[in-house]
Design a protein around this ligand. Structure first.
Ligand SMILES: C[S@@+](CC[C@H](N)C(=O)[O-])C[C@H]1O[C@@H](n2cnc3c(N)ncnc32)[C@H](O)[C@@H]1O
Length: 245
């Protein structure tokens, strides 16, 4: 099961309405989601008009989508009124800039607005190779790519470190880990309420985790990122849907 199928399955089973996708590019994962109220954030949308039309016919609610062409940090800083008016976010997909700090900020900012019974998913949390896990602020440049051994064009970056941070910082408040499917689907679910939580980055912990390498993580993925088998999607679906509808 990939990210879109998992998200769709939850929206079909549960009376959730609000979906946020950070990093949307061509709309491949965003447009098929059958949620009533969808928000997409990306500094450069590249959705082909033909795809928009196709999904408008298949899911007419796509006509009401809200697109914010800006970086996620800007979105969360500038769109507080919009976010507060939504009431809460039910499911968030974090798939924007694939570095530790940005992905962590995306999750922490999303948690402020998350339905306590909701779910945050993060794409690319279990990179297939060290080259795909290359830590870089942005997608590696052509020059950088030449120096990355085994580079194949796939870039997951070090988003996986955000999962480590969430596991270590919030052991009592969040259930977090990575499902071994679709390049690693990070999951974050509140264990109960979210009100008392501090969402500022703990720089000491951040620096500690930032020192970890891909090789460190691959030595013990179950221990470090709480890696779960692909079938764990079933657990996530039943857990989310069994919480009061
Ligand atoms: C891997 S693509 C997203 C793919 C999409 N979710 C899908 O599954 O089809 C990553 C996207 O993140 C966007 N992005 C880069 N920096 C960003 C930022 N700071 N905030 C939000 N999106 C960002 C890029 O423009 C790109 O379109």
């Amino acid at each position: 099961m990939n990210r879109t199928e998992l998200i769709q399955e939850i929206f079909s089973n549960k009376t959730f309405t609000n979906y946020l996708e950070i990093g949307c590019r061509k709309g491949k994962s965003f447009l098929p989601v059958r949620a009533k109220n969808k928000t997409a954030v990306d500094p450069v949308f590249k959705i082909p008009i033909t795809r928009k039309m196709k999904w408008l016919i298949k899911w007419p609610s796509n006509s009401k989508n809200n697109y914010f062409e800006e970086e996620s940090d800007t979105f969360f800083a500038k769109r507080k009124t919009y976010l507060n008016q939504l009431g809460h976010l039910d499911i968030v997909l974090v798939d924007g800039l694939h570095n530790f700090r940005t992905s962590l900020n995306d999750v922490l900012n999303s948690l402020i607005y998350l339905n306590p019974k909701g779910l945050i998913l993060m794409h690319d949390c279990y990179p297939p190779t060290a080259a795909a896990a290359f830590p870089s602020e942005f997608f590696p440049s052509k020059e950088e790519q030449k120096n990355i051994e085994g580079w194949s064009g796939e870039w997951c970056g070090d988003v996986w470190k955000s999962v480590v941070y969430l596991i270590r910082k919030y052991p009592y408040d969040l259930e977090a880990g990575v499902i071994n499917t679709d390049y690693g689907l990070g999951f974050v679910m509140p264990k109960s309420g979210l009100k008392e939580m501090d969402f500022k980055i703990d720089e000491k912990l951040f620096a500690e985790i930032d020192k970890l390498t891909y090789e460190d993580m691959m030595k013990d993925p179950q221990g470090i990122i709480n890696l779960k088998e692909a079938s764990h999607t079933g657990y996530i679906i039943s857990k989310i849907t069994s919480r009061s509808k």
